[in-house]
Design a protein around this ligand. Structure first.
Ligand code: FAD
Length: 393
């Protein structure tokens, strides 16, 4: 049996950052990183942006950590391999190839996967998702031969993918059940303004349209809406949210309805087993309550903190203001704070017309979130500080 000091499951940004964090504090302990994808850890966020837009897919720009980094830091990698069983009591993990790893400490970093709506025709050819390099390559390929691409969803991923494909001069429609795009994150006026920008760029907007199912013999032909309409489509990109990959710990205390519950130190209730990134459900000491974020910087920072904590050489709390960014056409938004509850008051500075503005979202008198459109990294840091101060932290 293989024995390791540390086992990291999932080779996205969360898992790879755990490896980096471990090596800052423990140069010698044995580490294995197991990842279901065949690639070295890469910038997943690029897949809906320049990777889709550019004429030739920029595979070289994607990697975060390459083979030579893992070699130099003596970290064993097993890519294209999944953990199929995780025995908490015996501290054993079984891999897809039948091998078993006995570990002293472990970190769950399996991330999330796209939600598959429970509708007819979901298994048809050309009904696809956008999560991995393979998905993005397949989408690029299909987009070459199909006339109309319909993006189902109106959130961050849907809008980014639609914008990038449109920039690649393809015919794009967005089908969204609400009346405006990004409505989950933005106030109604800004969401409406963003929607208008998409219309101006020539994207067909099918708003207020709920998905009922996909039609076709073996390959997609039409998308059916709940109101009985049929929309012709050659490819459907389904972007209806994501859910955590927690199968290997299902029905254990390491898996809950909102993710894998962890402490301030990102440790699960099983000592020595941690969770990071898209699947970690952590106490947010700054904004309050428990939170699961599905954003890049969160996975990166949590990975580094767990890397330190898991060695036992350092003990750090995860205390970050929630943050993410998005880019679509010539718009770049940074979101600082909590956008789960709609604001009761919105303060706008700057102007939509100039495409540079800031929005402050309040609940009662309390500042809860700041949205920046076209601001610098320094201004994002200032917004984080402003929110911290407003929260009295
Ligand atoms: C197209 C796209 C664009 C995005 N753009 C942005 C953006 O602009 N800004 C932003 O903040 N965030 C963005 N995100 C979100 C961000 O990429 C994620 O929050 C981040 O990748 C989460 O990192 P993670 O390591 O937790 O999980 P993941 O990146 O999902 O990595 C988890 C890895 O674990 C592997 N795995 C799963 N189960 C197992 C198993 N049993 N055994 C072994 N391996 C397993 C998976 O195959 C995967 O490789 C985007 C996401 C996507 C898909």
């Amino acid at each position: 049996m293989i024995q390791r000091d540390y086992l990291v499951i999932g080779s996205g940004i969360g898992g790879s950052s755990v490896c980096e964090g471990i090596r800052q504090f423990d140069k010698k302990g044995s580490v294995t990183l197991v990842g279901g994808e065949t690639y070295y850890p890469y910038k997943r966020w690029m897949l809906s942006k320049q990777f889709l837009r550019e004429k030739t897919p920029a595979l070289k720009k994607l990697p975060c950590l390459e083979e030579r980094w893992f070699d130099a830091h003596k970290i064993e990698t097993r890519f294209g391999t999944v953990v199929t069983q995780f025995n908490i009591d015996r501290r054993l993990a079984v891999l897809g190839n039948g091998e078993t790893i006995e570990f002293k400490k472990a970190c769950l970093a399996m991330g999330s996967r796209p939600v598959r709506p429970l509708v007819a025709g979901i298994g048809l050819g050309n009904v696809i998702y956008l999560r991995t390099i393979r998905d993005a390559l397949a989408l690029r390929e299909m987009a070459q031969s199909e006339k109309v691409i319909v993006i189902v969803g109106g959130g961050l991923l849907a809008c980014e993918a639609a914008a990038s494909l449109r920039q690649a001069k393809l015919k794009i429609a967005i089908m969204h059940r609400h009346q405006s795009l990004l409505n989950r994150y933005l106030d109604p006026d800004t969401s409406t303004w963003v929607t208008e920008q998409f219309a101006k760029k020539g994207i067909t907007l099918l708003l207020g349209s709920s998905l009922n199912g996909f039609e076709g013999k073996t390959v997609l032909r039409n998308i059916q809406t709940k109101s009985g309409e049929r929309v012709a489509a050659g490819v459907a990109v389904v972007a209806c949210g994501s859910e955590p990959n927690l199968e290997i710990v299902r029905n254990t205390p390491l898996s809950g309805p909102h993710g894998s519950p962890v402490t301030d130190y990102l440790e699960t209730e099983e000592k020595g087993i941690y969770a990071v990134g898209d699947l970690a459900f952590y106490p947010d000491r700054l904004m309050g309550g428990m939170r699961r974020q599905t954003h890049w910087e969160n996975a990166r920072e949590q990975g580094l903190i767990v890397g330190a904590n898991i060695t036992g050489k350092k003990r750090q709390r995860y205390e970050q203001i929630p943050y993410f960014w998005t880019e679509m056409f010539d718009l770049k938004f940074d979101f600082v704070g909590d956008f789960n509850v709609p604001a009761t008051r919105v303060q706008l500075s700057g102007s939509y017309a100039k495409g540079r503005f800031a929005l402050r979202y309040f609940q009662g008198e309390k500042l809860r979130g700041i949205v920046l459109c076209h601001h610098s990294a320094g201004e994002v840091t200032s917004a984080k500080n402003e929110l911290r101060q407003a929260l009295g932290k």
